[in-house]
Write a protein that binds this ligand. Structure first.
Ligand code: SF4
Length: 163
């Protein structure tokens, strides 16, 4: 898996102060996507053990709520194995820090992926320009949902967070 950027602290990609990993690779081709440079899975640099260690260090401070995975699409086919390993390891180190994940897939399309068991909040769906709404928290268009993954998996239906 390749990545483009690691942000050490952000307030705009989920609740509270967050570390953000921007991965490469996306096949959704949303018109008016703000980050088309992230579509190529070979863009950026290889995500290695060094970057994983950096994330562990950046997540350490108490004021950091957790990690946000964005892109690109962390669930681009060739990213999934590496994302699974990453979220498993980070949850083992920091069970009380939350993991948010942005994807162009809908919850229904990816709900059977093992990695979802290690993700707390999913922002799902493609960006749809006709549904663009700048008043929405943490997402660009109104079709996208902010999903409580644990509750959704337990109830086998999408449970949204009211943000
Ligand atoms: S899912 Fe996100 S990164 Fe991919 S094309 Fe759509 S808006 Fe762009």
């Amino acid at each position: 898996m390749n990545y483009l950027k690691i942000e050490s602290s952000s307030l705009s990609n989920g609740l509270g102060w967050r570390v953000v990993l921007w991965v490469s690779g996306c096949s959704h081709n949303c018109p008016f996507c703000q980050n088309p440079e992230t579509w190529d899975s070979k863009a950026g640099k290889k995500f290695t053990a060094k970057e994983k260690q950096l994330l562990i260090e950046l997540l350490k401070p108490d004021y950091i709520n957790g990690l946000t995975l964005s892109g690109g699409d962390p669930l681009f086919e060739t990213n999934r194995d590496d994302i699974l390993k990453l979220v498993k390891e980070l949850k083992a180190v920091y069970p009380n820090k939350d993991i948010w994940l942005y994807t162009g897939y809908t919850f229904e399309e990816i709900k059977d992926l093992e990695l979802l068991n290690y993700v707390d909040v999913l922002i799902d769906g493609k960006f749809i320009n006709e549904d663009r709404d700048i008043t929405l928290a943490f997402r660009g268009s109104s079709n996208q949902k902010i999903i409580d993954v644990n509750k959704s998996l337990k109830n086998d239906k999408t449970v949204e967070l009211n943000l």
